[in-house]
Design a protein around this ligand. Structure first.
Ligand code: NAD
Ligand code: MG
Length: 386
């Protein structure tokens, strides 16, 4: 019997994760079909994707991009505008799976809509869990949504947890490449340019996450992401520098056994893992040849060099508003750095200064999430302009 295809909505289709998702889906045309492609501004890229994936609808959240695409999409593809249309595309009844790959907390409404609709959700957009992890995971439980990690470290943990008892976990260890400045003298980082920060040694990614990798704010966000995804207290979560990015994460069990997941650093691997529901999928990534790799190195994270990793300890021990504010202030500071309005070393300094000013309280409604998000953005903007 012919198997029914899995129908997807891809949020953030025009980005780096969107491209890798399309690549994996196009390798398996018998297994996947596309309901909606959702993008923001990049109409040219959306046009290419629409021709390849033949979705039922295209959504652009930016008005100018809509004007650019008018009359250009393949025959029969409908064009919708705005975040409400993205939310609708994520919760559409005929959709089986939503790939949540927008960037920043801007992606939360659509990803959460997919959760509320009980979809299988491939979660790349880690900022959703950093800002609203408690609400997001509770909604998944209540609505029967399956949240599958796409972030490579979390996909690795997910695999190392399969078939094991949650109570037997002693520690989850995420690896971090250390980014392009791992060995640079911190004093030399003052004048780093956005181009240097974005040039990641192992991974090809979008601009925001590449800068987050250079500051290691990315690993800080990932520790919080892991806390919600795997329901783990902060003291059981840690990170270690591993420059080769071959081991993606490890889970240590009570009996001293440590399970690791290894693969070449290519996001198509965790994406293929998230897209499968039974048999594993061929992902198109190079085969791992450890004899050629030669060595796998590990070292402790130096929190002097990477203050974001010191900051996240305070955030994880505090209440929800700290994580919301850390994420929001970082989004503003990261963008200001890419716009050349802020120095590299001032990104985390700005986040720290914002954290010193905000409330430290639990949050249980989305309205409160957004009001703390807005306040942290306002404080960060104010400091950057000063
Ligand atoms: P990207 O910048 O390449 O793409 C981001 C996507 O989000 C684009 O499609 C863009 O159109 C859309 N977008 C941006 N702003 C938007 C807005 N305001 N409203 C609606 N849509 C908007 O980013 P990426 O590297 O693909 O990362 C996407 C997410 O996945 C991020 O949360 C990132 O942390 C996470 N992630 C990425 C990688 C990677 O290898 N790229 C790895 C792990 C996790
Ligand atoms: Mg990651």
């Amino acid at each position: 019997m012919k198997q029914k295809k899995m129908k997807l909505t891809i949020l953030g289709a025009t980005g780096s994760i969107g491209a890798s998702t399309a690549d994996v889906m196009l390798r398996h045309p018998d297994k996947f079909e596309t309901y909606a492609l959702v993008g923001h501004r990049n109409s040219q890229r959306m046009l290419e994707l629409a021709e390849q994936l033949k979705p039922e609808i295209v959504v652009m959240t930016d008005g100018d991009a809509i004007a650019e695409l008018q009359g250009k999409l393949p025959q029969g593809v409908l064009l919708h505008e705005g975040m409400d249309a993205a939310v609708a595309a994520a919760s559409e009844a005929s959709v089986d799976m939503v790939m949540a790959a927008m960037v920043g907390s801007a992606g939360l409404p659509a990803a959460l809509a997919a959760v509320h609709a009980g979809k299988r959700v491939g979660l790349a957009n880690k900022e959703c869990l950093v800002t609203a992890g408690r609400i997001f995971m509770q909604a998944a439980k209540d609505c029967g949504a399956d949240v599958v990690p796409v972030d490579s470290e979390h996909a690795a943990v997910h695999q190392a947890l399969l078939g094991h008892d949650h109570g037997s976990i002693r520690r989850i260890i995420l690896t971090a490449s250390g980014g392009p400045f791992r060995d640079r003298d911190p004093a030399s980082l003052v004048n780093v340019t956005p181009e240097e920060a974005i040039a990641h040694p192992n991974w090809s990614m979008g601009a925001k996450i590449s800068v987050d990798s250079a500051t290691m704010m990315n690993k800080a966000l990932e520790l919080i992401e892991a806390r919600w995804l795997f329901d783990m207290p902060a003291d059981k979560l840690s990170a270690i520098i591993h420059p080769q990015s071959i081991v993606h994460a490890m889970v240590e069990y009570r009996d001293g056994s440590v399970l690791a997941q290894l693969a070449e650093p290519d996001m198509r691997s965790p994406i293929a893992y998230a897209l499968q529901t039974g048999e594993r999928l061929e992902a198109g990534i190079p085969w791992l040849d450890l004899a050629k790799t030669g060595r796998l190195d590990f070292q402790a994270v130096d929190t002097e060099r990477f203050p974001a990793m010191r900051l996240v300890q305070t955030v994880m021990q505090g209440n929800d508003t700290l994580a919301i504010s850390m994420n929001a202030a970082n989004e503003v500071a990261n963008q200001a750095f890419r716009d050349r309005k802020l120095g590299f070393m001032d990104i985390v300094r700005t986040v720290e200064a914002v954290l010193a000013k905000v409330e430290n309280i639990p949050v249980d409604s989305l309205d409160d999430v957004w009001s703390h998000d807005r306040e942290a953005r306002r404080l960060a903007q104010e400091m950057i302009v000063l």
